[in-house]
Write a protein that binds this ligand. Structure first.
Ligand SMILES: [Mg+2]
Length: 192
């Protein structure tokens, strides 16, 4: 474990997908339903210029529920990465968890150490991309995103208002509430 930690030199912005990058609709799995939230391209470009790797971390219970397949998810993910690439934004990696402990069918019905609020996907990314969590940030639209970041040990936690509604008083201390990814990019500029 120590060897992994000591070699971790990269900083990352861990980004939830639905409600942060694209408009929250029920189980988005088709390109025609994928609607980028205004300003996300420019925002993530700024974040990348600041030296952060952009890593998407997404629960995909729609796969567990049988609404779409892992293949469908890969297809829309490649399309999304292509759209970012056209704007000069490289998404370093995309992690997803296809399970649901109650509503999953077949092999997808199980408790997963990767499904948020568990920190597994973030910890996998830390290992795969040598991420230093003390220099990293996470942005989500649900408290379960924030909880995953907290459990993993991500230093800066942002909750956006572009997705799932929440009441400000339930947001844990230390979490920064922001309008959208644009504001995250602004805030990251002033960190350190
Ligand atoms: Mg979300």
């Amino acid at each position: 474990m120590n060897t992994i930690v000591s070699g971790n030199i990269n900083k990352a912005l861990f980004v939830d997908r639905d409600g942060v990058i694209n408009r929250e609709k029920d189980y988005v799995c088709r390109v025609e339903d994928f609607e980028f939230i205004a300003g996300v391209m420019e925002a993530l470009k700024k974040v990348a210029v600041l030296g952060y790797k952009i890593i998407v971390i997404s629960n995909q219970a729609g796969i567990a529920r049988g609404y779409y397949s892992e293949e469908d998810f890969h297809r829309i993910t490649e399309w999304m990465r292509g759209e970012f690439r056209k704007k000069g934004v490289e998404v370093t990696d995309v992690y997803y968890d296809p399970t649901h402990p109650e509503y999953g069918t077949g092999k997808y019905k199980r408790v997963s150490a990767r499904r948020k609020p568990a920190p597994g996907m973030i910890l996998d990314a830390v290992r795969d991309h040598r991420i230093n969590l003390q220099q990293s940030a996470l942005v989500g639209d649900k408290l379960t995103d924030i909880e995953a970041g907290r459990r993993a040990g991500v230093k800066h936690l942002f909750l956006v208002r572009t997705g799932h509604p929440f009441r400000d008083e339930e947001v844990p201390a230390g979490v920064k509430i922001v309008e959208d990814l644009r504001e995250v990019a602004e805030k990251l500029k002033n960190i350190e």
